[in-house]
Structure formats: structure tokens, C-alpha cells
Design a binder for this molecule. Structure first.
Ligand code: CP
Length: 351
């Protein structure tokens, strides 16, 4: 940093220095609160209040899948902290990457992550990676084959930009948004509501949102048709987080229960836990749940609740236009917080 560089006005979360961020569970509740506080303080202190801790450094942004928010906000986060973002779209301008161990590479994939990730580590100081699930087996997807390979072979911190089962940067921004909106966490009622969707989607966003909400001590209701409620493994992890941070977890398949008294409705579609890997059955089952859409009539049952969604969102499938375009929708503020939250995260990793 030179004398001309803006001096950081804020203190990063020093315990995150040099660490990867693969899941919000990598952080203690105290670290998560500190990161949320830092994000909010950074927003109010101005664009350059975190200084330029990334000056002279690069961050690889590896995308196996499409993105609007994550990509744009990470590029800007790195740039605003004085660093050089290095976006790489796998298979589009880079070689297609293999991650399976022991595979005979005589197909379309030209390079193995076992070389690619250590090589990338020679050029950049952290690597972000987006790698969606195969959606064939819940057990396999929970092993996080691609993210784990990056974590294993990288020689620099790895940041999860949405993996098979987690989207911690999104969850961090979501918690920032809820803190801004409700002024705190304890005693606040938040509902994660399954929504219908023409495609079978991963568990990453709902899983990270629910975990972060409980780590922050919120009273969380998860509402979904029976085939989509968290399975025993997922539920166990959430209950354990609720016990640690003092929040509560309630699960219901009664749609209206989710809205009654809620201060936040967080809508998201996800794959059936009961029929995971069987896309045909999932698509057939969800046809019965077309009424799982966020409407004004349902929002009127809430306690002056706001509408949140990670985006992109299917209008008039997941949420009615009148809700998304109405005063209860805070989806743009929520998306804006991705940039602020990722800056706080990066400033802490590089402090
Ligand atoms: N919410 C989110 O991660 O958006 P993108 O998929 O556009 O990055």
C-alpha cells in the first residue's frame, strides 16, 4: 500500500486470514456475525473503506456453470479491493476439466484438476469456484467432488461460489440483508418456502440459507411439500446449528403455516429429497404443487414480511409479478449485498 492508497477505516475479521470459505459452517457464529457487521460497516463507510488489501494480487474465478450476480459481484469485489480478477469459464476458452480420480481421459475432457488447480495457484492468490451438482445421487453430491478436489489441490485459499450443496457467499449476503431489514436476529421469524419450478434445482441455496439463519440465531420455518422437506441428515445438521446459536427450527408441509407471522419469506425451489436423482419422478411429483407460489394473498398473512430470493427467479411460477415488483420485495438490495459481503470476506482472508 502506498501513501496515496485509501487507508482502511475498518477492521477485518482477522481469524479468517488465509482461510478458505467453503461453507458458512467453516465459521463460528461469532465470525459470521463479525463478517456481517464488517459488511454493513463497509457499506456505510464507503466503497474504499476496506482499503486495497488485494493490491498486486489476483483471484481466479473458475466457473463450470453460468452466473450473473456471483461473477459480476466477485469481479468487482476483487477490483475494488485493488486486486486483479481472473475469470475462467471451464470449457469456453479453457480446457474442459476432469475431476474423477483414476479415470482414463480418452473423452472430451483435456485436463485434470490435479494439475490445473496447482498450476492456477502459481498465478493467483485465491481461487473461487462454481461447480453445480450432477443431481444423480444425494450421497455423491454431498461429497462435493469438484469443490473438494479444488480444496485438496489448491495451494491458496478456495472460495465456494456455489457448489453441489452450498452457496455460502449468497447466505452471507442474505444474513446481511436480514440484519439490515430486521435490525437483528434473535426472536426474528424467517420462513424458507419451497417453490414450484419447471426444473429440478440443487440444494445449495436453501441448504446454506437455512444453516446460516440458524447459525445467526433466527427462528426458522422450512415449508415444503413432504417429498421436499429436509431428510434426516440435513435436518440433523440444522438442529445442531440451532442448538448452538439459540434459534429454532420448525418444518411444515402446510403452505400457510410458513406465512403466518413471518417477517421474511425466502422462496426457493429445490430437488426432492425423497426422489433425488430421479428427475422424471421429481418433475411428475411437483406438478401437484403448482400452488406453491408466492402471492400477495399469502404475503398478506405475514407480519409485514419482506420477500427474498437469491435470483434468478421465474416470474409467475415461483413468485407473482405483483409481489416481485411490489414494495415488499427486497431482492435487488439482497443481490447488491453480494458485492459488499464478498468484499468483507476477501478483505478478511487477505488482511
Ligand atoms: N444468486 C446467484 O448466485 O446468482 P447467479 O447464479 O447469477 O450468480
Amino acid at each position: 500500500m502506498t501513501n496515496l492508497d485509501p487507508q482502511p477505516a475498518l477492521v477485518p475479521v482477522r481469524s479468517l486470514r488465509g482461510r478458505s470459505f467453503l461453507s458458512t459452517s467453516d465459521l463460528t457464529s461469532a465470525e459470521l456475525y463479525q463478517l456481517i457487521d464488517l459488511t454493513i460497516a463497509g457499506k456505510s463507510a464507503g466503497r474504499h473503506s476496506l482499503g486495497h488489501p488485494l493490491a498486486g494480487r489476483g483471484v481466479g474465478l473458475v466457473f463450470f456453470n453460468p452466473s450473473l450476480r456471483t461473477r459480476a459481484s466477485m469481479v468487482m469485489a476483487v477490483a475494488e479491493l485493488g486486486g486483479q480478477p481472473v475469470p475462467l469459464d471451464i470449457g469456453a476458452g479453457t480446457w474442459d476439466l476432469e475431476h474423477e480420480v483414476g479415470v482414463v481421459m480418452n473423452g472430451s475432457k483435456s485436463e485434470h484438476v490435479r494439475e490445473a488447480v496447482p498450476v492456477l495457484s502459481q498465478y493467483v492468490d485465491a481461487i473461487g469456484v462454481r461447480c453445480f451438482p450432477a443431481l444423480k445421487s444425494l450421497k455423491d453430491d454431498r461429497q462435493e467432488p469438484v469443490l473438494s478436489a479444488f480444496a485438496e489441490y489448491a495451494q491458496v485459499p478456495v472460495i465456494n461460489l456455489e457448489s453441489a450443496t452450498a452457496h455460502p457467499c449468497q447466505a452471507l449476503a442474505d444474513m446481511v440483508t436480514i440484519r439490515e431489514q430486521l435490525g437483528g436476529f434473535a426472536g426474528r421469524k424467517v420462513s424458507l418456502v419451497w417453490a414450484n419450478h419447471p426444473k429440478v434445482l440443487p440444494h445449495a441455496v436453501p441448504s446454506s440459507f437455512a444453516m446460516a439463519a440458524l447459525q445467526c440465531g433466527l427462528d426458522l420455518t422450512i415449508a415444503a411439500p413432504p417429498e421436499y422437506l429436509p431428510d434426516a441428515n440435513w435436518q440433523e445438521q440444522l438442529e445442531s446449528a440451532a442448538r448452538v446459536a439459540g434459534g429454532s427450527l420448525r418444518m411444515t408441509s402446510h403452505l400457510r403455516d410458513a406465512y403466518e407471522g413471518a417477517q421474511v419469506i425466502y422462496a426457493k425451489s429445490w430437488a426432492s429429497t425423497r426422489h433425488y436423482g430421479d428427475l422424471e419422478t421429481d418433475l411428475r411429483v411437483r406438478r401437484h404443487y403448482g400452488n406453491w407460489q408466492v402471492t400477495s394473498e399469502l404475503m398478506n398473512q405475514t407480519n409485514d414480511g419482506v420477500f427474498m430470493h437469491c435470483l434468478p427467479v421465474r416470474r409467475n411460477v415461483v413468485v407473482a409479478d405483483e409481489v416481485l415488483d411490489g414494495p415488499r420485495s427486497i431482492v435487488v438490495q439482497q443481490a447488491a449485498n453480494r458485492l459488499a459481503a464478498q468484499k468483507a470476506l476477501l478483505a478478511s482472508i487477505f488482511c
